[in-house]
Design a protein around this ligand. Structure first.
Ligand SMILES: Cc1cc2nc3c(=O)[nH]c(=O)nc-3n(C[C@H](O)[C@H](O)[C@H](O)COP(=O)(O)O)c2cc1C
Length: 346
């Protein structure tokens, strides 16, 4: 029997994008979807003391306020990243702020960190005994002048629920946020969050695909010097490739999906080399097939995430990617994901 969400997808596409997203969150919350079952052992991977049943995660932004992460686990994701969460609840930018670019298999969003704030999110997380593998992505409120205080507050409330924490310094929709990728500002954030989080939670930084080469070098150096647990790359891009055809291509905001695939893969390869393969990297941006997933692992990703492809392919995508990835790993003689990480650089 086709699962509930697969039946729902064609109907969701007829709705305005933000309404469709709400409906998808509700459907995941409802627990009506079938259980994904256990994963092929070749997909299992271990990082930061966690055993990931598979390396395919749900990227930040789908479940900003921890409403649907359990349903996402049931869909077959190996891990889920919630957020971005800000200290105070925030309404985000005026609508419309989310646009489908179907002709380009892409999305543009300028949501602006709409979320329920750290207290509500902590309450929700505290209600569940088992949360699956959970990343928590932290942001800052739009009006906050001293960014470090916001990230530290997020960590104070949420670190105890997280298998890893992410400093999101790369969304294009909060003024000044991406300036936090500057080395001095980034080091200050890292230190503030480490001082605030009582637990030794692995700390990652999520970066933009629009950095200059010298910025990439600086971030790699900060990540190694300050013992980050990893980097997530990439967030959405402010670039607008000439190839875009859809009506909404000139909307302001961050572009995700297929047009991000090649630049995000190339950047991942560069950061793998800059960090000498010593730092776990989470690859995200335009992953839509098992071939994309495998290419990202070979370029240097230890884990993967996706969001936009789900909008176009629906929830069956997760099982398909995992199946194709397992086949490709085996065909090339790899018995684990970690053995294939960075294979293109050897
Ligand atoms: C509607 C939407 C909202 C997003 N919100 C966030 C967010 O709050 N925090 C964040 O770090 N990334 C956010 N992202 C970025 C995604 O996590 C991901 O990095 C990006 O979309 C590229 O992956 P994809 O091509 O698979 O979508 C958002 C993306 C979309 C499409």
């Amino acid at each position: 029997m086709p699962d509930f969400l697969s039946l729902l997808l064609p109907a969701l596409r007829l709705l305005p994008p933000e309404l469709a997203h709400r409906a998808a969150v509700r459907a995941l919350q409802s627990g009506l979807m079938g259980n994904a079952g256990s994963d092929d052992p070749v997909l299992e991977t271990e990082l930061w003391g966690c055993r990931f049943p598979n390396p395919v995660g749900l990227a930040a932004g789908f479940d900003k306020s921890a409403e649907a992460y359990r349903g996402a686990h049931r869909l077959g994701f190996g891990f889920v990243e919630i957020g971005s969460v800000t200290p105070r609840p925030q309404a985000g930018n005026p609508r419309p702020r989310l646009f489908r670019l179907a002709a380009d298999c892409a999305v543009i969003n300028r949501m602006g960190f709409n979320n329920d704030g750290v207290r509500r999110v902590a309450e929700r997380l505290a209600r569940q005994e088992t949360r699956g593998i959970l990343g928590i992505n932290l942001g800052k409120n739009k009006e906050t002048a001293d960014a470090a205080t916001d990230y530290a507050e997020g960590a104070r409330h949420l670190a105890r629920f997280a298998d890893y924490l992410v400093l999101n310094v790369s969304s294009p929709n909060t003024p000044g946020l991406r300036a936090l990728q500057d080395p001095a500002a980034l080091v200050r954030l890292i230190e503030a969050v480490r001082a605030a989080a009582a637990h030794e939670t692995p700390l990652l930084v999520k970066i933009a695909p629009d950095l200059a080469p010298e910025d990439e070098r600086d971030i790699a150096r900060v990540a190694l010097d300050h013992s980050l647990a990893g980097l997530i790359l990439t967030n959405t891009t402010t670039a607008r490739p000439a190839s875009l055809r859809a009506r909404h291509r000139d909307e302001a905001g961050g572009l995700s999906g297929a047009p991000l695939r090649a630049p995000a893969t190339a950047m991942l390869g560069r950061l793998y080399r800059l960090t000498e393969g010593r730092l776990p990297l989470i690859g995200v941006g335009g992953i839509a097939t098992g071939a994309d997933a495998y290419a990202r692992i070979r370029a240097g990703a230890s884990l993967l995430q996706l969001y936009t492809a789900l909008v176009y392919a629906g929830p069956g995508l997760v099982a398909r990617i995992k199946r194709e990835l397992a086949d490709r790993l085996r065909a090339d003689g790899f018995s684990t994901v970690s053995a294939a990480v960075g294979a293109d650089h050897r």
